[in-house]
Write a protein that binds this ligand. Sequence first.
Ligand code: SF4
Length: 499
Amino acid sequence: MDDTVGTECGVFAAIDFKQNPIFPYIYWGMRAQNHRGHQSHGFLTYDTKFNVHRGLDLIPKIKASDIPRWLSRLPGHVGIGNVRYTTSGRLNKEALIRGTQPVTVETDKVKLALSFNGNIVNTIRLKKELCKTFPCFSYDCDAELICRNLAVELMQGQDLHSAVKTCINEVEGAFSVSGITHEGELFAFKDPYGLRPLSTGCNPEGNICAFSSETVGFDINGFDHGFEIQPGEFVKAVEGNFERKQIVVPKRKALCAFEFAYFARPDSKLNGSYVYEVREGFGKNLGREYADIVKNSDVIFSLPETSDDAAYGLHEETGLRWERGTRRHRYVTDRAFILLSQERYSTINRKLNIVDHRISGRNLILVDDSIVRGDTTRVVVDKVRKFGAKEIHLFITFPRIIGPCFYGIDMATYGELIGSTKTPEEIAKIIGANSVNFQSIKGFVKATGMKKEDLCFGCATGEYPTPLAQRLANWMRKRFESGHKETGRLYEIDVENIT
Ligand code: SF4
């Protein structure tokens, strides 16, 4: 529950072949996925032109009296939506507004709209090349790079398949994309590693086809789940169905393992499994892996809400009581990273309440999903200690994070990650716990039901699935270890020319 980590984006897109207004479905599909991006949101529909609404912060509630106004501003039977947390582009307010998705390109020859989830690694080269065709191109988000890259190919007369194929071959990174052409066609595609989730769904009558980052986007609309789009696959919605084409040979599947531990909603399905069931498996594994600590503990606590399912699994495995002694203040939604650092401590305190009367004199297992910077964990441990806990043992479902993420998770440098230089024993000392116990990668993989080689564990192993990211990681690590100041966000680094 490290609140200082932001995720990348969420996508929902749909088309109604009976030509009914699509906006309500896009709205609810995005509302179900607001956890994937809090900084901005956007909706785009198509009738004979692109109609767009973009805004900062959370998706607003729509009063019944306002529905006609929204429908008249966003008419059309096909649409895409996005929620975004910025992991690329500039960070000032104007840039955030300009970087809000969906993005569009409209030239004499081509009109294209796109919603994107992920992060591009070779930004500098792509931007330089695109500036030749779009001289006023001011880069504000990776979605723009993909959208313009596709537009260039289409302007040169390529068809959509070929344009996407060229784009996938030129862009390195994580990208799960959905878009609309100027003819109102709805399509989606994924990078050749399938780092970010994106799947299909349809309404039971079969006239609405949709794409969603998480399956909760379908559930909220009453749609049936379809298939997960495969790495390097292009999918087009056609008359109540999907046309699939493997346009690039997948390099290897590398779904982000962190999605299971932290980002995805527990009631979403990833690779066919409910995330909450996978998290229960994490708790069971932790119980088995650290049986000695369990033997000497009195009670399980968890940090809501991403750790609750693992705590339940741990309780089932061990029989140890899971005490629901940590509660979130439901309507305190400010994210700690936006606030001034000196406010962080009190913000975390404001968000999380700990019920104290069963803590004193007991040995506690505290379950959390991950330790990134360690700020939040330190505050919580401190608070629990003040309530008189005898021993505090942290059980962490995601393996120790030792390196940055280049694929859309806001962990940009080695220096900010407590696990990049500290052992579990050292981390325990810093955050004031008796021990810190990370789930093994083997146990984690087993609980997902996937093969290790089909998951990305780059931030936990230092082995990244894509070549440029690996090169960048090695270069950054070397510089970090020799005392160089780290620059932060990736878009500032010309990855292909580092030596
Ligand atoms: S590096 Fe870590 S956070 Fe990033 S995609 Fe891979 S597993 Fe996910």
